[in-house]
Structures are given as C-alpha cells and as structure tokens.
Design a binder for this molecule. Structure first.
Ligand code: FAD
Length: 376
C-alpha cells in the first residue's frame, strides 16, 4: 500500500481482512492534515448524474454498513440530502432525476415554497428546484479513516507513518517498493497517493492528467443553531457550486465552494485561509442560508481532479500488479467500496463492481484535447 488516507486505509483493511500480508506506507504521520481525508464531515448520497454512479452508491451504503458493523462504531448519520437547482443552472437536474429513477431510488422534487416551508433556514431564489433524497448522509472523514486503519492493524496489517515511498519497480513476477534505503518486495501494490499519484508512478510510463486544487471548508456559528440541526445536507448545482451541512457534532454549520480553490503543488502550498474565498462563500451563505452567522474557522484540503472528474480504479497499463485508486475529489463516500474493489483488482485482476468507466483508457485521461469538466 502506498498512501494511508481514506482509500489506502480502506484497501489495507480489506486486504488484511482477506488474509493477505499487508504493509501500508504513508509519507506523513497517520491522520495528518496535508491530504484529503482529514477534518469532520463528508457527504454520502445516492443522487448522481449517471445510473452507474447511482448503482455504485448503493454499494457504498452497504460497505459503510459493513464498516460500522466491523468497527462497532456509528459512522453514517442520515440527515437527508437536498440538491438545489436554481433557474438556468450549470448542472442539469435531468441527468440526476433520470438516473435516480432508472435505478429505482425514491426522491422528491420540491418547489421553492415547499423548500422554505420544510426548512425555513433556506431562502432559495424563486424557481429553484429541490431534489430531496431521504438517505443523504454524513460520514466522518478523519474518524472513518482512523476506523479503517484500526481494523487493518487488527487484521494483521503493518501501517507505517513518516515513510515516503520513493520508487515503485515492477519486475513482472514481483514488485519492489522503495522507501528511502528500505525495499519491500511484494506480489502487488495499491497506489492510493491522490495528489502525489504521478510522483509515485514515475518510472512506470504513465502520467495521469491531474489537477490539484486547494479548497477551503469554513465553519459558521448560527445564532439560532436549533434552526440548522434539522436541515438536510445540500449542494448548490450551479457554477460556482457550493455545498454544506447541518450542525454535526458541534453547533456550527460547515460549507464550502466545490472546486473553488487555486491549482497548487501539494508539496508547496499554504495551510492559511484565503480571505477572498471566504468572502465569496460568506456572501453566498448570506443569500441562501441568511442565519448562518459569523465565521468560526476555515481550513484547507486538497482536491485531486481528473479532467472528467471520474475516478481511477485500475491497474497501470502494462503493470497488472500495480493498481491505482484515485477518488477525483468525490471519493470519500466510496472509500470502503474502493477498498474492496482495489483488493479485488490487485489480488485477482477483476471485481464484481462496475468500475469499467474508471480505467486508464478513456478520453478524459488519454485525449490531450479533452476539455476538463469538474461540474458534474
Ligand atoms: C474539502 C473536501 C471536501 C470533500 N467532500 C467530499 C464529500 O462530501 N464526499 C466525498 O465523497 N468526497 C469528498 N471529498 C473527496 C474525498 O475526501 C477524497 O476523494 C478522499 O479523501 C481521497 O482519499 P485518498 O486516500 O485518495 O487521498 P489522501 O487522503 O490525500 O491520501 C493520500 C495519501 O497518500 C500519501 N502519499 C502520497 N505520496 C506518498 C508517497 N510517496 N509515499 C507514502 N505516502 C504517500 C499522502 O501523504 C496521503 O496521506 C472532499 C475532499 C475535500 C478536500
């Protein structure tokens, strides 16, 4: 295993629990805040733009339930999910409605008055369509990742922090993973290095066109926190796109712009909040959720994006023993599922989950003229 964020930790858990000998190597300390799997909340939802994604979310809910059961921890907090499509929005509701319908997931379409009636904290503009799905849920980022690490260790995995992998060499019959002066020889390796994926793969003849952006979730303290405890999590389906949560574990509400941050080098970026991003978000919150209140804190977190925003879950071409897992900045909800899939792929070369869209051979990764579209 290279990388012990959510995806690598999930794969370590799944591999070890199937009886494989596992060493997980993480360049920073376990649980660090320089990648994508720290902090409190992530969205788990059925609503997606294609039937294949919606089907995969069904597996995600099952895999989270299994993680809850094996870890004996409550991890999934169902609060309902509300996708908000303003008039002439950049993200069409047609694909979302059609995909949920095709897979047979129940949802409601709400007009502006009904949204305001159910959750008076929201003040959407006239003509906004609300797509409400009752199973929309919050899963904990750092706590969920730690739970998978604990299960991996309990099943016999060795997880090492502060151990940067410097090279992966595929010898055909086996793979050598070098971490400084120490070499690990193994039958297969899962690379779950997110923003650093191409650095780990250097030497294997592949480069994924990735963009790393520095995002900024912000916590607000609503004076009337009770008004924000029973609201659903929400996504603003326009460009710019925003999302947010009800109160979760503390009397604050978290919100952020999706893909709102600058492109950065993950090894040379700030951890300080950006005032302009904060002002943009606060301005938006003032119009959609006017009682959000003052800012409590902001933090930074990296998005690692493919041009089509689809995942990478596949062996490196020509290197079947080196399997890549990359969540393209919406992968946390699928972490337990990806752990299972990556384990399938690295041990048998196949999986029962439909990950056919997430290979290396698609236009989004191979066509230099492919126009990036992150608003899906
Ligand atoms: C602000 C924010 C909000 C998000 N919201 C959601 C959401 O609501 N729902 C959702 O599903 N997803 C969401 N995501 C996306 C999701 O969190 C990520 O897709 C997921 O956490 C990525 O996990 P990862 O393990 O691949 O990456 P990371 O957590 O970054 O882990 C990769 C690890 O690899 C390590 N590594 C890299 N190179 C090496 C090396 N050479 N040697 C050893 N270790 C190495 C890194 O140090 C790092 O720890 C969000 C992301 C962010 C940033």
């Amino acid at each position: 295993m290279v990388g012990l964020g959510a995806l690598g930790s999930a794969a370590a858990w799944q591999l070890a629990s199937r009886g494989h000998s596992v060493v997980g190597l993480e360049q920073f300390e376990l649980g660090h805040a320089r990648g994508a799997s720290h902090d409190t909340s992530r969205i788990l939802r059925h609503s997606y733009h294609t039937p294949a994604y919606v089907r995969l979310t069904q597996e995600a809910y099952d895999d989270w339930a299994r993680l809850e059961s094996e870890s004996a921890e409550s991890l999934v907090t169902v609060v309902g999910g509300l996708d908000l499509f303003p008039p002439d929005c950049a993200i069409s509701p047609v694909d979302y409605v059609g995909s949920l319908r095709e897979v047979g997931i129940a949802f409601e379409e709400l007009d502006t008055d009904e949204i305001r009636r159910r959750w008076p904290a929201f003040d959407p503009p006239a003509g906004t369509l609300g797509l409400y799905q009752e199973r929309g849920a919050i899963v904990p980022a750092a706590r969920g990742t730690a739970a998978m690490q604990r299960l991996a260790i309990g099943a016999g995995a060795t997880l090492l922090g502060s151990t940067p992998v410097t090279r992966v060499i595929d010898h055909g019959s086996h793979v050598v993973v070098e971490a400084g002066s120490t070499s690990y020889t193994c039958l297969g390796v899962v690379v779950a290095a997110d923003a650093w994926t191409n650095r780990v793969l250097a030497g294997l003849g592949v480069e994924i066109p990735l963009s790393v952006t520095l995002e900024q979730p912000t916590y607000f303290a609503p004076p009337d926190a009770a008004a924000f405890t029973d609201i659903p999590l929400w996504i603003w389906m326009d460009e710019p796109s925003y999302y947010g949560f009800p109160c979760y574990g503390e009397p604050t509400v978290k919100a952020a712009q999706d893909c709102g941050g600058p492109v950065v080098d993950p090894d040379d970026r700030t951890s300080e909040p950006d005032q302009e991003m904060l002002d943009r978000l606060a301005n938006f919150m003032g119009s959609l959720l006017p009682g959000t209140g003052p800012v409590v804190r902001s933090l930074r977190c990296q998005y690692t994006l493919t041009p089509d925003r689809d995942f990478v879950l596949a062996p490196v071409p020509g290197h079947p023993a080196v399997v890549v897992g990359l969540g393209s900045a919406h992968g946390f909800k699928f972490a337990p599922t990806f752990g299972r899939v990556l384990t399938d792929l690295v041990t048998t070369g196949e999986t029962s989950s439909d990950v056919s869209a997430f290979g290396f051979d698609r236009p989004g990764l191979t066509d230099p003229a492919f126009e990036a579209n992150w608003m899906v």
